[in-house]
Design a binder for this molecule. Structure first.
Ligand code: ADP
Ligand code: MG
Length: 300
């Protein structure tokens, strides 16, 4: 059979002509398989070197593509999350903070609480690692595939109030309702005006059972009536937050001050030498233990 006869047969056979290899980059681009496209030669060479079968080669190429997509997604999600500092759970010294149960943090790091739309409250005086843990849990959530947004309570409330006065509240509520996990840091450092408490309530109820909130506060839940200046709104917010929630109350002294003390900068005398598990040396109000905190895990 002549060569032209073969191509004529190919062109008319049910299988169609042999694929045009010069179009391969274009096809891969159209399928958004950019990792395979960019490294095709070296990936195929590696597959040949490892003597992979055709099916194994396809699996190998898919793995590389997925690894690149995951890397990109994580990089982008970390940027979108707007964490205020680079921290992870591996960098958290659990031995310095016996009030924090590593097993509970490991469980939260799986992201299951986000899948179930549960809330996490990290309570305790300044310096005990609330922000560190919230960033660490936020990172873990991103690695588990969830979108995360970090904000301080002050910034969140200011944005909601501003949007409210400009008639754009709905838009901002949508913005803060989108991420699967919203981290609200430092509630309670500043009192919340009644108007502000009301828009915050709207956000909390909108996210209720749909998305998770991780909230940190230096005030015990029993003091939130004062924080919001309105016990009714405080109760309404708490009602939704505590319904399905994990409450971690961190006691003890500031990690930074402890480090300084260890380095001999502050001397050894101080409240902590009198009451080892006790009050913060900066005189911060010690969080009262609220009933929900006594049983780690889901309190409903
Ligand atoms: P908080 O938010 O409770 O005021 P931070 O999370 O800001 O405290 O902690 C203050 C500093 O101390 C941060 O740099 C944090 O990384 C560090 N830190 C606090 N607790 C720990 C800990 N147990 N292990 C390691 N670093 C810690
Ligand atoms: Mg903090």
């Amino acid at each position: 059979m002549s060569r032209s006869a073969i191509s004529a047969r190919d062109a008319t056979s049910a299988l169609g002509p042999a694929p045009d290899l010069t179009r391969l980059p274009l096809l891969l681009t159209r399928l958004k398989l950019t990792a395979i496209r960019d490294q095709l030669d070296s990936l195929l060479a590696e597959a040949a070197r490892r003597e992979l079968t055709l099916a194994e080669t396809v699996a190998f190429l898919c793995e590389r593509e997925i690894a690149r997509k995951d890397e990109r997604r994580i990089e982008m999600a970390l940027g979108l999350a707007r964490f205020p500092m680079v921290r992870d759970l591996a960098g958290y010294d659990f031995s310095a903070q016996p009030a924090v149960d590593p097993a509970q943090i490991r469980e939260l790091a799986t992201g299951r609480f986000i899948a179930h739309g549960e809330a996490v409250l990290l309570l305790g005086p300044p310096g005990v690692g609330k922000t560190h843990l919230s960033v660490g849990l936020g990172r873990a959530a991103i690695l588990a595939g969830y979108s995360v947004l970090f904000t301080t309570a002050t910034s969140l409330i200011a944005q909601l109030v501003k949007a409210h006065t400009e008639g754009r509240l709905e838009e901002r509520l949508v913005h803060f309702s989108k991420p699967k996990l919203l981290i609200i840091d430092e509630l309670g450092y500043l009192p919340v005006e009644p108007d502000a408490a009301h828009v915050l309530f709207q956000l909390v109820s909108r996210r209720y059972e749909r998305g998770s909130i991780l909230l940190t506060s230096n005030r015990a839940v029993s003091e939130w009536g004062q924080v919001f200046g309105d016990p009714v709104v405080a109760t309404a917010i708490l009602d939704r937050l505590l319904h399905h929630s994990h409450v971690l109350t961190i006691r003890g002294e500031s990690y930074r001050l402890k480090e300084k003390r260890r380095a001999g900068l502050l001397g050894t005398a101080g409240p902590s030498s009198v009451a080892p598990s006790g009050a913060s040396p900066v005189g911060a109000p010690r969080s009262k233990r609220i009933p929900a905190a006594s049983s780690p895990g889901v309190n409903s």
